[in-house]
Structures are given as structure tokens and as C-alpha cells.
Design a protein around this ligand. Structure first.
Ligand SMILES: C[S@@+](CC[C@H](N)C(=O)[O-])C[C@H]1O[C@@H](n2cnc3c(N)ncnc32)[C@H](O)[C@@H]1O
Length: 232
């Protein structure tokens, strides 16, 4: 089977299964290309010339397993392949943290203009999850020191993997804290946060894909505003 035929097959499987998209992809085609290209170790934005190549039996067998997981378990592709993209960079991801997808990426790429008047020396990423926002800030502001803060030690383990992956270990540190509780005396030029903001009631009505994500990354009290209001 040719790679492009496998993409067509996967799109039709995904469409028939009526999956939910929104964990880094927007359509069945995006989702299929992401799963297939990352699994095969191909650059999905550059390697379309590969689409006429014949897949080996072992490649098809691995892809079949992954397509099956996506359809029957509704597991988002980022968790299946262990990678998500944020601000143009890859991040290691698994069920310990929410899949990176915050629109804060655009603010980072614009260096927070016009909100920020000067280059920040110290940055706080509060509720950091995989660390994607804080690490992307560290990559954008090359001299900044960044604190990644989360209450979940599992998220901080993953954030440390991503700090290492992006060579930011000397300027970025991971701190376990319930919001600001372990940060007394610290001052920052920029505080960035993508906190949980889903209500208890709403979370159970979300598509099944969200059940693979840590509840603590989504739910924020009865109305969804408990944590954002505490931060403000
Ligand atoms: C919506 S996720 C965002 C993760 C990451 N910033 C991103 O954009 O992908 C919210 C994060 O807040 C963390 N969190 C929840 N309650 C917290 C608290 N009281 N203090 C610190 N972090 C908390 C969760 O563990 C989760 O990683």
C-alpha cells in the first residue's frame, strides 16, 4: 500500500468513527497525517514527496495498531505518538499532562506586543503542565529566567523532560506549588498562565478524548472559575 493510500484509508476510518478533533488538529485529514507521519518519523509539513512510497509490512502493522487505538479508545493522537507541537517546536507529551494547544502560543510568537513594553528578565508560567508555555517563552526571550509551576509532580516530571529537550535547563526551573503558595518573595516581569477553567458539570459532557487528559488540568470548581479567580 502507498503512503497516500494509507492516509486516505485513515481519513475514512476517522470520519466514520466521528472522532473529536481539537487536541492540536482540526480535521480527520490533519489528525491522520499527524499520526501517520510522526509514526513513520517523517516531517509532516515537508515530506509530501514521500506520499508515493510503498509502506512496509511492519510499518502498516504499527500504523494499524495506532489507528485502532485512536478509533476504539478515542485516545488523542498526541498521546499515541508521544509528541505535540507548540510555537513551532515539538514537546514530549503523555497522559501526565494536558496536550499543548493554548492560543497563548500566538502571544509568545508576537513577544506579547503590544501588551509588553520591555523585554522580561524573569517569567512565571503558572499551571505549566508539560512546560510548553514557559519553555516557549524561554526560547523566545533568550536571556530570561523562567519558573515553571504546577501542583502536579507528574506534570513537573514531564516539564523537566521538555526543559532538557530544548536545552533550557540552565535558565528554567520546575517548582511544585499550589498557585503562588511556594513563591513567596519571588517577583516576575511577566506572568503567563493557562489554568484549568472547566466546570465540574461541563467536564463530564466533553467528548471522550478529554477523558484521557488529567482531570486536574481541566476542572476548576463548580463554575470553572475557581483557579482563574484565585490567580487574579
Ligand atoms: C489547562 S492545564 C495547562 C497546562 C499547560 N500550561 C498548557 O497550556 O498546556 C492546567 C494545569 O494547571 C495545573 N494546576 C491545577 N491546579 C493547580 C494549582 N492549584 N496550582 C498549580 N497548578 C495547578 C494542572 O496540573 C495542569 O497542569
Amino acid at each position: 500500500m502507498l503512503l497516500k493510500e494509507y492516509v486516505e484509508f485513515t481519513v475514512s476510518e476517522f470520519s466514520e468513527a466521528d472522532l473529536h478533533y481539537g487536541h492540536g488538529t482540526g480535521t480527520a485529514l490533519d489528525d491522520a497525517v499527524y499520526l501517520i507521519y510522526v509514526t513513520l518519523g517523517l516531517e509532516f509539513d515537508q515530506d509530501f514527496r514521500e506520499s508515493n512510497r510503498t509502506l512496509s509490512e511492519s510499518e502498516i502493522s504499527l500504523l494499524n495498531q495506532r489507528v485502532e487505538q485512536r478509533v476504539s479508545e478515542r485516545r488523542p493522537v498526541a498521546y499515541i505518538v508521544g509528541e505535540a507541537w507548540f510555537c513551532g517546536q515539538p514537546y514530549t507529551i503523555d497522559e501526565r499532562a494536558l496536550i499543548p494547544r493554548s492560543p497563548i502560543a500566538e502571544l509568545i510568537q508576537q513577544r506579547f506586543a503590544p501588551l509588553l513594553q520591555s523585554t522580561p528578565g524573569r517569567i512565571l508560567d503558572l499551571c505549566c503542565g508539560s512546560g510548553c508555555i514557559g519553555i516557549a517563552c524561554a526560547l523566545e526571550f533568550e536571556a530570561a529566567k523562567v519558573d515553571l509551576v504546577d501542583l502536579s509532580s507528574k506534570c513537573l516530571e514531564l516539564a523537566k523532560i521538555n526543559m532538557r529537550r530544548h536545552g533550557t535547563f540552565d535558565r528554567v526551573r520546575a517548582v511544585r506549588s499550589d498557585l503562588f503558595s511556594n513563591l513567596s518573595g519571588q517577583r516576575y516581569d511577566l506572568v503567563v498562565s493557562n489554568p484549568p477553567y472547566v466546570s465540574e458539570q461541563e467536564v463530564d459532557s466533553l467528548p471522550e478524548e478529554f477523558r484521557h487528559e488529567p482531570r486536574m488540568g481541566l476542572v476548576s470548581g463548580e463554575e470553572g472559575l475557581a483557579i482563574p479567580l484565585k490567580i487574579l
